[in-house]
Write a new protein. Structure first.
Length: 223
């Protein structure tokens, strides 16, 4: 397994959703799995899977893949016009902790360009145009950032820590989809979110449950 550099999240590391999708596909099976990221997935680095542990060339643990138990529930859908209106107010257009993110970064014309904005009820929604090459990791990636933006706030960046996803079907290349997200619970630095991806007909394509972790604030500079 190699996470190509263009599938980055924070600078120098893989997007959490894409990376988790790659690891889940390597794990195989026909039941939901949960991926826990133990450190930022390295880019352009050969990774191996041994008994559900993703290891780098030095044998250091990168992630763990395990059966997920109950499948994640779906977040209620919205129509494309509502998703587009929410996306127009995407806060990441003005203040983004990782503007080069493959999934939601405004500085990535070659990315998925999923820009989730808030709905009045606190959920997030965004339109999503499926790329010309669609694999299972594409769905995992699409299910990643819309959940994070249900909790990310200015000066309060979060990163993906754990995600369990079900891919019900792949969108076709070019399909106009909608993705929704919602905050389920939060305590301290942890937030639990759900996300769902819907196809052009409104069919559910994928759903995820994830734990996001707030990054600690930078140390205060000395006068």
């Amino acid at each position: 397994m190699i996470i190509e550099s263009r599938f980055n999240g924070p600078p120098g590391s893989g997007n959490g959703g894409w990376s988790a999708g790659v690891f889940a596909e390597a794990y195989g099976g026909d039941r939901p799995v949960e991926v826990t990221l133990r450190r930022p997935p390295p880019l352009e680095t050969p990774l191996t899977l041994a008994d559900g542990d993703v290891l780098d060339p030095d044998g250091q643990l990168v992630a763990q893949v395990r059966p997920a138990g109950d499948p994640p529930p779906a977040v209620a859908p919205v129509d494309p016009a509502t998703a587009a209106a929410a996306s127009a107010a995407y806060p990441g257009l003005r203040d983004h902790p990782f503007p080069g993110c493959y999934v939601c970064g405004p500085d990535r014309p070659d990315g998925l360009r999923i820009f989730p904005g808030r709905l009045p009820d606190g959920r997030t929604a965004a339109p999503f145009r499926a790329p010309q090459r669609v694999v299972a990791a594409t769905v995992w990636a699409a299910l990643d950032c819309p959940g994070g933006w249900a909790v990310i706030a200015p000066g309060r960046p979060y990163v993906l820590g754990r995600v369990a996803a079900v891919v019900d079907a792949l969108p076709r290349p070019g399909d106009a989809c909608v993705v929704t997200g919602e905050l389920v619970a939060g305590e301290g630095r942890k937030a639990v979110v759900h996300t769902s991806l819907y196809g052009p007909s409104g069919a559910l394509l994928g759903r995820a449950r994830a734990t996001w972790i707030a990054l600690p604030p930078p140390p205060a500079s000395r006068p």
